[in-house]
Design a protein around this ligand. Structure first.
Ligand SMILES: [Fe+2]
Length: 254
């Protein structure tokens, strides 16, 4: 076990150095550590399958802002499908293309050479794993500490940051995600299509860096409660943001 852990840590560090940033696996593990300290490791052991991580709270916990039925279907149906289909898709990949291990950072680095099913489902699994940790009951309010300082310095005020992030969420045509990322200490806001994310080595992804906040703007995230009113969903989401997770991801990325 100790050897496996050492090897895994070595591989994570190697991948991080290769990308010049924190390894994707480390980022999502940091997010789970901040949000749900009882969760140790959401990633498969070497050679294992990807699995659905435990939700850090109950389906009803984010009511009335995010409704129970949406949470249950989003987690048990949509997220589970990304995990199942990622494992299936990886079985079709030539080992010489992906190499070993089958980690998020390895998949994201080589994503342009991999089948669309790997790109879509690896992104889907990763993005949702992060997304759950970025919400909590009685969340919202204002960020604190260094993250608050840098948000104010970068955008002028928290309200201006919130406006720009909400605008990016609204302007993403069709399905996708809005992001706040940090890259070499600098914060930026952007969005990605479908299940792409800022860690993917793709020319079409025009925002790069370590995720600090992620917002799912697929209709499946809000249609049951808000129907087509994405703006109402975004306004509700600010009431459940877990700023402790965001601060933790920001601090680790520096
Ligand atoms: Fe989603």
């Amino acid at each position: 076990m100790e050897n496996n852990n050492s090897r895994r840590n070595f591989l994570k560090k190697s991948a991080a150095l290769a990308l010049g940033t924190i390894a994707a696996s480390t980022i999502v593990n940091n997010a789970f550590s901040a949000s749900a300290p009882s969760e140790k490791e959401i990633l498969p052991a070497d050679g294992g399958k990807f699995t659905l991580p435990a939700l850090p709270y109950g389906y009803e916990a984010l009511e009335p802002h995010i409704d129970k039925l949406t949470m249950e279907i989003h987690y048990t149906k949509h997220h589970q499908a990304y995990v199942t289909n990622l494992n299936k898709a990886l079985e079709t990949v030539d080992g010489n293309v992906l190499g070993s291990p089958q980690t998020f950072e390895n998949i994201f680095d080589k994503v342009s050479k991999l089948p669309a099913a790997v790109r879509n489902n690896a992104g889907g699994h990763y993005n949702h794993s992060l997304f759950w940790t970025m919400m909590k009951p009685n969340g919202g309010g204002l960020p604190a500490g260094k993250l608050a300082e840098v948000i104010n310095a970068s955008f002028g005020s928290f309200d201006e940051f919130k406006k720009q992030f909400s605008d990016a969420s609204m302007k993403r045509f069709g399905s996708g995600w809005a992001w706040l990322v940090v890259n070499k200490g600098k914060l930026s806001i952007g969005s990605t299509a479908n299940q792409d994310n800022p860690l993917m080595n793709l020319d079409s992804v025009d925002i790069k860096g370590t995720p600090v906040l992620a917002l799912d703007v697929w209709e499946h995230a809000y249609y049951l409660k808000n129907q087509n009113r994405r703006a109402d969903y975004i306004a509700s989401w600010w009431n459940v943001v877990n700023w402790e997770t965001a601060s933790s991801l920001f601090a680790a990325a520096k």
